[in-house]
Design a protein around this ligand. Sequence first.
Ligand code: FES
Ligand code: FES
Length: 240
Amino acid sequence: MTEKKKNGSGGKTRRDFLKDAGLLVGGTAIGSTVLLAACAGETETVTNTVTRTQTVTTTATESKFVCPIDGTEFDTFAELQAHFEATHGTVAGVVTLNVNGDNHLLQVQPYWSLAFVLREKLGLPGTKIGCDRGECGTCTVVVDGKAVYACTMLVTDAVGKNILTVEGLSDGITLNSLQQSFYNRGASQCGYCTPGFLMAATALLSANPNPSRDDVRLALSGHLCSCGEIHNFIEAVLEA
Ligand code: FES
Ligand code: FES
């Protein structure tokens, strides 16, 4: 296979296909390190560098700001915030999130999910979104040591907690032992589900460094892989 070879769907190159799937950012994989490592030897040398946005200033672009509690609409975020504080007693505004050991100060809408904020506001697209409703496990991150579906967790519920995403598993250059095990096993096809499996396995191994096969099966049971690689993921975790 060469870089110019079409993937058989829509006449796109493999690079274009991966970009559209959110697996390539600026020529570099974020969150799919295993996949690209497997592909790198075929076509090119991939510089495995992760660029993180440390400080993000967000600007609301929605035309209306809707109260997540009673549905009242406002023209400005300030009006919504004032309404929220006066009516519901909770401040919807500036929060600090600790992600992969870094603190991020950002303004959020109270109805934003953690997955949305990680991907769209903090520039960490390694957390994938599949079903966006708590069914597939693709968006899994580790929050205070536990595997969590980031699509079903409000970002405001993540404040004050330690959030670990797939970008935090390694230094961006060297795979950690779990990622290396996935790579050695060739435990991915498209790779879209892989970050979720890695994070579920990370939570398991941090709580239980020597899990049984049943422990691994249980820990990964909330995850779907449409490429049918679950048996390889289980073996990779056991070999990590
Ligand atoms: S995207 Fe969160 S569980 Fe499917
Ligand atoms: S490797 Fe393709 S969905 Fe799991």
